[in-house]
Design a protein around this ligand. Structure first.
Ligand code: MIG
Length: 754
């Protein structure tokens, strides 16, 4: 095997905003996207189109640099990239000159055949977070990972790779932060000092360019903001998708689906969504309905609608090979399937038997796929669940010579699921008029947040998987995904009743709240666990519905800044070692104000680390100073959930679905604290895109402890709030009595003296 290490610079030039540097082995290109984002791409063989599935921004047209005998230096107001000439190395510094990240002086970027790896200096005490859906600890130091989208049933809390690829991590050392996104869809590798002598970390890929974006903003939240500026942010989800979702593989008939929905209403357990898994189809043919078991889809959907239920149906990529089946015939006729290099359509086995796979890398195929959703939208489906899009075929080994677009499978496999989600989103958005579709996907690549929510695939009904699921959610949040769910209760196996109850209580604080289970498992609905547990589960789901105004505003924040709804404590407390302690690493903030501690179902007390600030237990208002470990009660009826002092949480009355108006009172809860705080409250119709035209209701709620006031700014936007009145609910303000506890929700400024 031949090893080539990037050597001495032979020449460079700057043109059209690109600084191009040549060595004997390769060429490097440097671009600036913003003062805090610099792109370096090193290749032996650049594609002139410079395609990216992830990036939606353009580089600056021009920038300055300084040349000295040893270096070429690029300085922005926030960052300095020092490019060493002999041999070629890339070293990043803060504007003040502190080293953020450096190539390994010896090995830099190098090639063994097509495989390209960048070796970098490992700093003392350097921690790493990110990479999205990866098992292991929050701190990824001393661990190594592979990105290769994989159908991973029966995965363990150690398995790697899983379903998704997010080649973006954040490094933390010396009180400094940086981010690095390797935009490359080949199989890729990240090693954070797993097998080196505390000297090097490394990343790279089996082929393609060493194409990375370096983020130099100080503060993890700012890096996430920059990363999602570059790769896009989610848009407002339909409000109904934030309600409770009941799924199963499968509800086998329209009657069973309706019966599930009716039971929720009869028992007055709030819910918004029921699912159809693969058995609703005729012989697993995508975009068909089983004529016997789902004879009148429109009638079923009308009945669901009358009960304020939405239906989400699954779609897989595999198109059954069967003449007379519309999608098969059209796909053959128009040549829409992935192929062997001799032009023959690739055939793999999945649920329908022999299948072809749409080539989602071509625009005309995505349009065709998107338009086919009328078979589901006409009867009234509004949510679309994209499964098996790693892509999965039995045997899990689609041959490497199969072509997608003009690429071979190994070059773009990691983006297939994302392109399917994109086709589903673009298509359904178009045919649903002004309504927001809900799209859910299992496989993903960086940037998928623009199209879809994700869930973490086939987990198992154990405590270890519940905790793993939370780490996956917290980690996906670092890589731009905010709308995330895990199968509550565990997909495989049967959870104990205690675990079901506990996991459901954690689901309240999961961005997507969906209960799902494998075929053959015991039924999982809230009423399957005994009268007492049913009451606990019901109460927890009611809590989710009370929190919806807060949650919806938290999603709005994601659309504006990229900050996820579920946030590892490492985002705000990046240099607090306790946050990375294995005992506390699963804790997270749910929005700005709420701290949640996942607790195993077998433990009824728990050690909790409360970070800087002071805190109140949500269920009791008991007060705690931060920066300490506290042991708290954790009965199954009361997951340890805390509110930050100064926290502002708007809540509503219990409703049975998001379509219900409730009592029309928005309860603005505020917990006393020493520091001023504010919360951006956001509301719109929850279903349409009218908010893009300014039809929303937004105002800032501010708490000022010095002036002892709570104030609401003038309303921005033209939407009329569904809440007629505002009620202020005080916590931790001893003896304070409000003159006016309830006020009319008028658009002008409102101030309340405390
Ligand atoms: O081969 O559609 O992860 O949620 O219930 C299994 C059946 C296919 C895998 C998904 C799971 C879904 C199941 N699917």
């Amino acid at each position: 095997m031949n090893l080539e290490i990037a050597g001495n610079v032979q020449g460079f030039k700057q043109q059209d905003g690109i600084l191009t540097i040549k060595t004997a082995e390769a060429e490097a290109r440097v671009y600036i996207y913003s003062p805090t984002i610099i792109r370096v791409s090193i290749s032996k063989n650049f594609n002139p189109d410079d395609p990216s599935f992830a990036v939606i921004r353009q580089p600056l047209a021009d920038f300055d640099f300084d040349e000295s005998s040893a270096n070429i230096d690029i300085t922005t107001p926030a960052l300095k990239l020092s490019i060493q000439k002999s041999p070629l190395r890339f070293n990043f510094f803060t504007a003040a000159g502190n080293s953020l990240s450096e190539d390994d002086a010896r090995f830099g970027t190098n090639w063994q055949g097509e495989r390209v790896i960048c070796y970098r200096r490992l700093f003392e005490g350097e921690r790493f977070i990110g990479l999205g859906e990866k098992t292991g600890n929050l701190d990824r130091r001393s661990a190594a990972y592979v990105n290769w989208n994989t159908d991973a049933p029966n995965h363990t809390p150690e398995s790697d790779p899983l379903y998704k690829t997010f080649p973006f991590f954040i490094g933390l050392h010396s009180g400094l932060t940086y981010g690095l996104f390797l935009d490359n869809t080949h199989k890729s590798y990240f090693d954070f000092g797993a097998s080196t002598d505390e000297e090097t970390s490394w990343f790279g890929a089996d082929g393609g360019d060493l194409n990375y974006y370096f983020f130099g903003a100080q503060g993890v939240a700012k890096i996430i903001e920059d990363y999602t500026w570059l790769t896009g942010r989610m848009e407002m989800p339909p409000l109904w998708s934030l309600g409770y979702q009941q799924c199963r593989w499968s509800y086998m008939s329209a009657d069973e689906v309706l019966n599930i929905a009716q039971t929720f209403r009869k028992k007055q357990i709030p819910a918004d969504v029921v699912y159809c898994d693969i058995d609703y189809m005729d012989d697993f043919k995508i975009f068909t309905w089983n004529k016997k078991t789902f004879p009148k889809p429109k009638q079923m959907l009308d009945k669901l609608k009358a009960m304020d239920f939405k239906l989400v149906t699954i779609v897989d990529p595999g198109i059954k090979v069967e003449e007379g089946y519309k999608e098969y015939d059209e796909g053959i006729e128009q040549d829409y399937f992935a192929k062997y290099p001799d032009g023959e359509n690739y055939t793999g086995y999945v649920w329908p038997g022999r299948c072809h796979f749409p080539d989602f890398f071509r625009e005309e195929v995505r349009e065709w796929w998107g338009a086919a959703f009328t078979a589901l939208t006409q009867p009234g489906v509004e949510g679309f669940w994209n499964d098996m899009n790693e892509p999965a075929a039995w045997g899990q080994n689609i041959p490497w010579i199969v072509k997608f677009g003009d690429k071979f499978m190994p070059e773009v496999r990691n983006a297939y699921g994302m392109q399917m989600a994109r086709a589903t989103y673009d298509g359904t958005r178009k045919i649903m008029g002004n309504k927001r579709p809900f799209v859910l996907t299992r496989a993903a690549y960086s940037g998928t947040q623009r199209y879809s929510a994700v869930w973490t695939g086939d987990n198992t009904g154990t405590d270890a998987h519940m905790l793993l699921g939370q780490r996956l959610v917290n980690s996906l949040g670092i890589t731009g995904m905010s709308f995330i769910g895990v199968d509550i209760g565990g997909f495989s196996g049967n959870p104990t009743p205690e675990l079901m109850v506990r996991w459901n209580s954690l689901g309240v604080y999961t961005p997507m709240f969906r209960n799902h289970a494998i075929q053959g498992s015991k039924m999982r609905e809230p009423w399957e666990w005994g009268k007492n547990n049913e009451q606990i589960i019901k109460k927890d789901i009611e809590q989710r519905y009370k929190l919806l105004p807060y949650l919806y505003s938290s999603f709005y924040q994601s659309t504006q800044t990229g900050l996820p709804v579920s946030r590892t404590l490492a985002i705000e407390h990046s240099f607090d070692g306790n946050v990375f302690d294995e005992r506390f690493q699963n804790e997270f903030m749910f929005g700005d104000a709420i701290l949640v501690t996942p607790v195993e179902s077998t433990k009824l007390t728990e050690d909790v680390y409360l970070p800087q600030g002071s805190w109140y237990r949500l269920s009791s208002d008991k007060f705690y100073e931060g920066e300490q470990i506290v042991n708290v009660q954790a009965p199954l009826t009361d997951l340890p959930v805390f509110v930050k002092a100064g926290g502002i949480i708007p809540m509503q009355s219990v409703v049975q679905s998001t379509n219900e108006k409730g009592d029309g009172i928005l309860r603005i809860h505020i917990w006393n604290g020493r520091e001023a705080n504010s919360f951006i409250y956001y509301e719109d119709d929850g279903v349409s895109y009218d908010y893009e035209q300014g039809v929303y209701y937004k105002r800032v709620i501010s708490f000022n402890p010095i002036e002892k006031s709570l104030s609401l700014s003038l309303v921005e936007g033209s939407f009329k709030s569904r809440f007629m009145q505002l009620r202020f609910v005080l916590h931790g303000f001893d003896g304070v009595k409000l003159q006016e506890e309830i006020v009319e929700n008028k658009n002008g400024e409102i101030e309340v003296k405390l």
